[in-house]
Design a protein around this ligand. Structure first.
Ligand code: EPU
Length: 430
């Protein structure tokens, strides 16, 4: 397994461009199954999760081609209904195939994804929503069997759960409803920018959706959808990660390709920081160590502070004077990065679903282990700001959601070397 060797403390300056949003792209690829016609998707990030999704929809019968850099053409003329465990287990977002398969075939067999280190990730709300649309739902032998052949109809679906709404659950019900006879109203729908992007693509395909961007979506089912060309929005979480890098002392970077309005809660939480947005939506960040104040942060569904930036914020607050508290409201146990940050000298303790962070002057490089995508990003950030050498192992996690993060940060002046599994033991021993 590859690793990153990071030499900390190099000043970062210059421009960095974020790719298309992974979490928009995955349901958008699934949405291509809703039509027999070709969909051309642009601004697709080159990520292992995107390749998993491409492999899955190809397995279902779609013709999936890379039509240029960051551009894919997907034609799903004839598709089948079974998404097997071997493919689904690689990526939880495979669950958002349920909606398109029900819409198109009225039947689906999808393996239930396995456990996830960031916490429990049930799909009860997805299944409840689909059953409201008339699906018979059976869970057996690790699969969920959905059958709506005799009765698929619009209905009122409430997607509110214990932790707010559900992002991929909203994507599923929305996609199913586009080809479901009658009117479907989804209340407590997720309104993340990635859901808005999906809605915008569905509208281009001929779907009738009202309330886009709100917590209440009304969908009037149509008989057929058409192909379209769609440009995926920039990745707000990748942008937020680079904002944190820019805030480390001595750095000055400009982040292009994201919509800063998608990061309002995150940027607002850093209001004392030197973050400026220009008229082209570029984000200019200058690091002044003494400016950032300790904080109290609570992760919430959009437009609240995103859970997917919680780990990166923990790294920033680990080197911010004062005591900060981060409370996780989406995944109460999503703190795997903490023990690794502690190995680098961070003073963080966990109390229930909160991390209490006592800011230190600096961190020190160490060998650390990535446990999931955003935890890996937090460790790469820690490696950039730490004194000395950090080796981040299991970086396949980061390759799932950050396109060429090493090359992008190195272009700003970072010193990140990608080590192969053969090189790693030598570096760790030296
Ligand atoms: N939940 C339920 N029942 C359900 C569905 C969700 O109780 O049926 C709970 C979850 O356990 C969680 C909360 O509701 O506590 C929110 O889960 P949600 O369904 O919204 O998460 P998701 O759709 O599985 C997406 C992103 C995640 C991101 C979350 C929250 C994609 C592909 N994934 O997951 O992204 O953390 O929304 O914003 O869109 C990441 O990119 O690193 C990542 C994990």
């Amino acid at each position: 397994m590859d690793a990153f060797r990071i030499e900390g403390g190099s000043p970062l300056s210059g421009d960095i461009t974020v790719g298309g949003a992974k979490n928009a792209c995955l349901p958008i690829f699934a949405a291509c199954l809703l039509t027999e016609e070709t969909c051309v998707i642009e601004n697709v990030p080159d990520l292992s999760d995107v390749r998993f999704m491409a492999e899955l929809i190809e397995h279902l019968g779609a013709d999936v081609k890379q039509a240029g850099p960051n551009k894919w053409a997907i034609t799903a003329k004839n598709i089948s209904s079974k998404a097997p465990y071997d493919l689904v287990r690689k990526m939880r977002a495979s669950v958002c195939l349920m909606g398109p398969l029900i819409a198109r075939l009225r039947y689906a067999e999808i393996s239930i994804p396995g456990g996830c280190v960031i916490g429990q990730r049930p799909i009860d709300l997805h299944l409840r929503g689909l059953s409201k649309l008339g699906c018979e739902v059976e869970v057996k032998n690790g699969y969920v069997y959905l059958d709506a052949r005799s009765n698929l109809h619009g209905n009122h679906v409430f997607l509110g759960g214990r932790y707010g709404s559900t992002v991929t659950g909203t994507a599923n019900i929305l996609m199913a409803a586009t080809l479901t006879p009658g009117i479907t109203r989804i209340d407590s729908a997720a309104c993340e920018p990635e859901i808005v992007d999906l809605c915008n693509m569905l509208v281009k395909m001929g779907a009738k959706i009202d309330g886009i961007g709100s917590h209440s979506l009304t969908i009037e089912g149509v008989d057929k959808l058409n192909g379209c060309t769609h440009h995926v929005i920039g990745d707000r979480i990748e942008a937020g990660t680079y904002i944190v890098a820019g805030l480390f002392p001595g750095n000055q970077i400009t982040i292009r390709g994201a919509d800063p309005s998608h990061l309002s809660a995150f940027i607002h939480s850093l209001e004392e920081a030197d973050i400026k947005i220009d008229s082209d939506n570029n984000i200019h960040v200058t690091g002044h160590a003494w400016r950032i104040k300790s904080k109290e942060i609570i992760t919430l569904p959009y437009p609240g502070f995103p859970t997917d930036l919680q780990a990166q914020m923990a790294t920033l607050l680990a080197v911010t004077p004062g005591i900060s508290i981060i409370t996780e409201r989406i995944y109460p146990h999503r703190f795997m990065h903490v023990s690794e940050l502690q190995r680098m000298g961070a003073h963080i303790s966990i109390e229930g679903s909160s991390a209490i962070i006592v800011g230190q002057e600096s961190l020190s490089g160490a060998p650390v282990m990535a446990s999931d995508l955003r935890a890996s990003a937090a460790l790469v950030l820690a490696g950039l700001v730490a004194q000395g050498e950090t080796i981040v192992q299991r970086i396949y996690h980061i390759d799932r959601g950050y396109e060429s993060i090493d090359a992008k940060l190195n272009a700003l002046g970072a010193k990140i070397e990608r080590l192969s599994s053969e090189e790693l033991p030598l570096k760790l021993a030296s």
